[in-house]
Design a protein around this ligand. Structure first.
Ligand SMILES: *[C@@H]1O[C@H](CO)[C@@H](O)[C@H](O)[C@H]1NC(C)=O
Ligand SMILES: *[C@@H]1O[C@H](CO)[C@@H](O)[C@H](O)[C@H]1NC(C)=O
Ligand SMILES: *[C@@H]1O[C@H](CO)[C@@H](O)[C@H](O)[C@H]1NC(C)=O
Length: 455
């Protein structure tokens, strides 16, 4: 019996193509993993451009729906699909190794969660004319405003829901731009006002001129290169900064790419997104799944639209945008709503040092308060989940054990983080907290003295 089984296995291995053994054909969308709603939000009915969305209602709301917060998620790139965020990071179901798994750290337990494929031309979104794809952040924001307004109005009780725009990486541009635009439109007396309450950015590119300057120091002090290599990388970084100051935007983007390529090559790392990884984040199965006709149909995708993880066309349209800053927009936004910046500690691309560097150069009355605020140890369960510094409308968090894709690396902690930030509970409690005495009894208190003066 055992012998014949072995023979059977042997036959199987030799007869079947290897591929079908390693990666079985992905299944169809399990009905219980389907979004609450998905489809298209029209951008320009004349040309037919439209933004794809996938919406998941809160599974455990603690308030009636009209007051239950709504999170919007925007992927980076430029030009990468939010379905990566959905099925690889923070959505209710994750797809890996050919099957679906419930995500214990899903962001839609307490909040509605809306994934948008933005800008148009990204993921399942459609842009019949290339010139319609945004080539700057004002245009990206205008489309997002159109899409969001349409989504909220087509679901009547939604318009009053507290709205939070979140996103990652290149969304460090989109998120401030969208918030800036929405606040402006609200003030311009639009009939439909969006109830925007806050923005959250994970490992974002927001102020590239400063962010491109930290790579040499960061890599050197982590022991990833020697002094001579550091000097060479600094030279490339300075060249990128010069090009930014001369407003040679395309060349500046190319030079930043050179900085990052050189860093990766010199260090031999598999990816700069997470210096621990021996391989890049493995998102390919998500693509294999989403490119099936049956799956696209179940999601309400328009005929003939084939999903791409990242669109080269959209990336090309925004090539000259990469090195342009949106910090000035965020400076206006933080004066009106809450801003949250979180970063995975192992990200070498848009990591902690770059975020802190541009943050400390902000023009904002609250900056001194934030700089003087205590950095707390952020604890989830009994473990140190990271570090938090909060003052007035600004909260900054370093997430331990995470690279660029924070929710992929720290599902449960990322859920605790977003929930506590939105609801202002636990370590994230109360905007405007400043004095240590106020925090008596907070979980990080015992360790706090250890970190005194470490900055
Ligand atoms: C984007 O382009 C439009 C039109 O060319 C312009 O009015 C707008 O100011 C630009 N926005 C930014 C942020 O450069
Ligand atoms: C990468 O490093 C190798 C040597 O380690 C070098 O030969 C090659 O030119 C480098 N490539 C780039 C793009 O810097
Ligand atoms: C924080 O936001 C509130 C509005 O929610 C605003 O009144 C206040 O001035 C802001 N604080 C700072 C320091 O920008």
């Amino acid at each position: 019996m055992e012998q014949s089984f072995k023979l059977f296995l042997l036959l199987l291995i030799h007869i079947l193509p290897l591929r079908s053994l390693c990666s079985p054909v992905p299944p169809n969308f399990p009905p219980n993993a389907l979004p609450t709603k998905s489809g298209y939000l029209p951008i320009n009915p004349t040309t037919g451009s439209a933004m794809f969305y996938a919406f998941y209602e809160a599974t455990r709301p603690t308030t009636p729906l009209p007051t239950t917060p709504l999170l919007v998620w925007l992927q980076g790139g430029p030009g990468c699909s939010s379905m990566i965020g959905n099925l690889f990071e923070l959505g209710p179901w994750r797809f890996s190794d050919g099957s679906f798994e419930l995500n214990p750290g899903a962001w839609n337990h307490l909040f509605g969660l809306l994934f948008l494929d933005s800008p148009i031309g990204t993921g399942f979104s459609v842009a019949p004319q290339e010139e319609e794809i945004p080539n700057n952040q004002t245009k990206v924001a205008r489309h997002l405003h159109i899409a969001l307004t349409s989504f909220l109005l087509s679901n009547p009780p939604f318009i009053s829901r507290p709205l939070y725009i979140t996103g990652e990486s290149y969304a460090g541009k989109y998120v401030p731009a969208a918030a800036f635009y929405i606040l402006q439109e609200n003030k311009a007396g639009q009939k439909t006002k969006l109830n925007l309450r806050g923005v959250a950015i994970g490992d974002g590119l927001t102020h590239p001129e400063v962010q491109v300057q930290v790579h040499a120091d960061t890599a050197y002090f982590m022991g990833l290169m020697n002094r001579r290599q550091k000097a060479h990388l600094e030279e490339l970084q300075r060249a990128a900064v010069r090009l930014v100051r001369e407003q040679r935007w395309a060349d500046a983007t190319t030079m930043r790419n050179e900085v990052l390529d050189w860093l990766q090559n010199a260090t031999g790392l598999a990816t700069l997104y997470d210096l621990r990884r021996q391989r890049t984040y493995e998102t390919e199965p998500v693509g294999e799944f989403l490119r099936q006709e049956k799956v696209a149909k179940a999601l309400g995708v328009k005929e003939g639209v084939v999903w791409e993880e990242c669109s080269g066309l959209v990336g090309g349209r925004l090539h000259e945008d990469v090195m342009k800053s949106v910090r000035w927009m965020l400076e206006a936004v933080v004066r009106e709503i809450r801003v949250f910046l979180y970063t995975g500690e192992f990200d070498l691309r848009d990591g902690v040092s770059g975020t802190v560097a541009w943050l400390e150069g902000m023009e904002w009355e609250g900056l001194q308060g934030w700089m003087a605020a205590e950095r707390d140890v952020w604890v989830v369960g009994k473990e140190v989940a990271g570090y938090i510094q909060t003052w007035s409308n600004l909260t900054q968090v370093v997430v331990r054990g995470a690279g660029h894709l924070v929710p992929a690396d720290q599902a449960v902690n990322s859920q605790a983080m977003i929930q506590d930030w939105v609801l202002q509970t636990e370590s994230f409690g109360g905007s405007g907290r400043k004095q240590r005495t106020k925090f008596k009894g907070s979980r990080g208190r015992k360790q706090r003295t250890k970190f005194k003066g470490s900055h």
